[in-house]
Design a protein around this ligand. Structure first.
Ligand code: NG1
Ligand code: ZN
Length: 534
């Protein structure tokens, strides 16, 4: 039929150029940008289909490869409440992405039947993208995919990943009319941060001066929109803002660089003892750091942020008198001393999950207040409905004493400053600033909580990384046979030694992590374990 031929012609405008299998991994599909046109087109189609499966609610499609190099790109779907794509649909995404051009329509029809989609329902898809040179072209491919499936595509242009998550959530919850999504996102962050700041009178060692490292990506654009709304509550100097020259993205700057190289970002001269806030290429990760007067570099990663935030929240819960459970979620990459400090000194329960934010997010939902952060700076806080209801009830309780009421009002504002849909570098920064200010802390005060055990993260290139399988939240390998025994043997000769390996979900490598009493030993342990893997 003529329409079928026309549809096939559209599919072939985004041809699958090779038959290398591509998988929807921990961060969606990610590879070289030139291999992604057909994948993104098809994800536009799938997003429209998913919108129909979800009663025409908006679904998000984000084009980004986050902290990865500029020539890479990626695509991930955002579910109706702003959460990541439901796990069961990851396999569907992979099936559609890997179908040949001639099989695609048939495969799509199968998916529609399997998921019970009513093809006559309207479909709505929000598209967002980072600043990569390939992102505009890929964004258009996504739009074409949505239209192919008779859906409505709304192009949100260059946004951070967490902005798009929030837009999807806010639209579906009817929080705000679509043209005001951007405005409502920034004003929610700014107004809650300003109210929290106003309430704090003792500032002690806290200073509002901060250097912001935008990784030459979309985070730099977002912060420029937030800044005018903050007035003089936070005095940010913004660096690494070149979103036009492709080679600069994530280059020697940004959260991933700072964390993996344990070094200050390039692009500006750090002022001694001044806080540096680095975000990654799509601004869902944040890392704090500073250089002291002896030019020594100090890193405050996701584990430090998690413990700072959890401690503050726990204090508020106690002071409010509300009965709320609070827990923290980490992965095997969390520094051993952070876990020790959080469980033994702060007495906050810590749960472990496999790597990948979706696992952490899911686990965090088991608490009334669930704090989760990956060591790399990706994380947020989630609140149960019970927590939200108790806070609202208490706010309206006329018999509540004044000091408790003040704490509860503060907790409400803290909930507002947090983007609970997903890790959000800018929202997380405002949260950290709130806690530091409330505590009257400098970076040194914050750092005094605990000292990191020396660690090393390495990549090993192997023929097939998927021969390695892990259990126990990635802390042990179940396959191949005998590998774990070998690792145990190597680790046993190190004091405070800990090491584990797992296949990366975003790169074709095996990651090796090692911790030990000294940096020399941690490095040596990582190399020894890498040899066992190779
Ligand atoms: P992989 O490549 O699967 O290790 C990396 C991070 C994850 C997560 C994803 C998504 C490390 C060691 N791994 O995953 O924690 O953030 O990227 O961006 O940081
Ligand atoms: Zn990212």
């Amino acid at each position: 039929r003529a329409t079928d031929r026309k549809m096939q012609a559209t599919i072939e405008k985004y041809p699958r150029k090779n038959d290398v299998y591509i998988q929807y991994g921990t961060a969606g599909f990610r590879t070289k940008a030139e291999l992604l046109d057909h994948v993104v087109f098809r994800m536009g189609v799938l997003a429209a289909l998913r919108s129909r499966a979800k009663g025409s609610m908006a679904i998000g499609v984000m084009i980004t490869a986050s902290h990865n190099p500029e020539p890479d790109n990626g695509v991930k779907l955002v579910d109706p409440h702003g959460e990541m794509l439901e796990v069961a649909w990851e396999a569907i995404a992979s099936r559609l992405a890997n179908a040949s051009d001639s099989e695609f329509q048939e495969e799509l029809a199968k998916v529609a039947i399997q998921t019970g989609v009513d093809v006559n329902k309207p479909a709505l898809v929000f598209i967002g993208r980072d600043t990569r040179s390939s992102s505009e072209r890929l964004g258009e491919a996504a739009i074409a995919g949505v239209k192919f499936y008779q859906g409505t595509a709304v192009d949100h242009g260059q946004v951070t990943t967490p902005m798009l998550h929030y837009y999807v959530y806010a639209h579906n919850m009817n929080l705000t009319p679509d043209p005001q999504l951007e405005d409502s996102y920034f004003s929610k962050l700014a107004s809650s941060f300003i109210s929290l700041s106003k309430e704090i009178t003792t500032k002690k060692n806290y200073s509002p001066f901060v250097d912001f490292d935008g990784a030459n990506g979309v985070g730099a654009l977002a912060i420029e929109k937030l800044l005018p709304r903050l007035g003089n509550t936070l005095l940010l100097t913004v660096h690494n803002t070149d979103t036009v020259t492709p080679s600069t993205l994530n280059k020697e700057c940004g959260a991933d660089y700072v964390k993996t190289h344990v070094a200050a970002p390039k692009g500006f001269e750090p002022t001694p003892n001044k806080r540096i806030v680095s975000v990654d290429g799509d601004a869902d990760r944040v890392i704090y750091s500073y250089v002291d007067s002896q030019k020594q570099f100090h890193l405050m990663d996701g584990d430090h942020i998690a413990s700072l935030v959890a401690g503050y929240l726990m204090e508020m819960v106690k002071d409010s008198g509300l009965e709320l459970s609070l827990g923290l979620v980490q992965t095997a990459y969390a520094n051993g001393n952070s876990t020790k400090y959080i469980t033994e000194t702060m007495k906050i329960p810590v749960a472990f999950t496999s790597t990948g934010v979706k696992h952490l997010h899911h686990k965090a939902l088991e608490y009334d207040i669930g704090v989760y952060f990956e060591a790399n700076g990706h994380g947020t806080v989630v609140f149960s409905n019970n927590a939200r209801n108790l806070v609202l009830q208490a706010m309206n309780d006329e018999k509540l004493d004044e000091s408790k009421r003040r704490v509860i009002m503060r907790l409400k504002q803290v909930m507002e400053v947090i983007n609970s849909t997903v890790g959000d570098a800018i929202s997380d920064m405002l949260l950290v600033e709130t806690v530091l200010k409330a505590r009257g802390w400098s970076m040194e005060d914050w750092e005094a909580a605990y000292q990191d055990l020396p660690s090393r993260l390495m990549k090993v290139h192997v023929k097939d990384r998927n021969v390695i399988e892990t259990v126990d939240a990635d802390r042990k390998c179940s396959k191949p046979d005998g590998l774990q025994k070998e690792i145990d043997r190597v680790v046993s000769s190190y004091s405070f030694g800990r090491s584990f390996v797992r296949p990366s979900g975003t790169e074709d490598v095996v990651r090796v992590y090692a911790e030990a009493e000294t940096q020399v030993e941690a490095d040596k342990l990582a190399v020894e374990v890498a040899r066992v893997v190779y």
